[in-house]
Design a protein around this ligand. Sequence first.
Ligand SMILES: [Fe+2]
Length: 346
Amino acid sequence: MFPETFKAGIVATSTVLAAVLAVPSQADTVNIYSTRQADLIEPVLAAFSAETRIDTQVLFVKKGLVDRIVAEGAGSPADVLLTTDIGGLLDFVNEGVTQTVTSATIEANVPATLRDEDNHWFALTKRGRVVYASVDRVEQDSITYEELADPKWKGRICTRSGQHGYNLALFASMIDELGEAAAETWLAGLRDNLARKPEGNDRAQAKGIYSGECDLGLGNTYYVGLMETNEKEPEQKQWRASLKVLFPNNDGRGTHVNVSGMAMAKYSPNREAALALMEFLTTPAAQAIYAEQVFEYPVIEGGQVSDIVASFGELRSDGRDLNVVGNLRPAASLMVDRVRYNDGPR
Ligand SMILES: [Fe+2]
């Protein structure tokens, strides 16, 4: 069902039942387009296939996912879209590649603040954007985002690109909190405290702490769990061991929280199976897999975090409306350019 040219891009297929069932008909397969790495969603998709006998195919597209779906138009084989932050979810909706999903199950499982009011997108997991702090070189056990602009951190902070969605959402939350002018002053202060030009992903900032290049880094919570348990690249366990997790503003307004989430593609060819998958992903069983294997915070009421995530301490969300955050991203992006954040410290 994927056009020939896409087949090479299909990086994971959940074929749990291939041995049990005959070759699945089209209606027995959900086609997923994902900006999220296939290995991070594979466990939950395998559980879905085991329960429903519906197969899944994942097309991992790191960049340009929206453009691709727009170009495919009504012939797009995409059923379910998965992405890693509020920005990606709003991009789907703003580009018109989603449809409304009516599901009492999803509405019961996902709190109203974590889904679109018109049901075009739904959060699946939550993650805090926290400060990674050197165990050896940072004594304090609490911090605020505002403090990251304090000159006492000069030359001591590492982050990934200011234009990455995770940082844009954080900077957007600062615009919402402080107003645009004060947020820009803050961002320029953070830039001047950078140890180096922004580079790499969140884990690269942990590596920078391990190597001694930086004392603080910005990163998402789940990467700490992924590093701590990384058997494929065990050096990441050392990166993790070199840092402690500080939840910024936990004593005040709370920490900035972003989400991963899902939407149904506008022209989904397998609508029924797509809905079954979307509902499954919000069930306690699926949420537990996300929590235990990917170190995310469940979106469902009463969902439990893994022991590793619990060891970080308590995440208190700032509770900010993600639609507000998402809509301030363009302003945040312009601000990153204005202060030349990605050029590094002055
Ligand atoms: Fe990520």
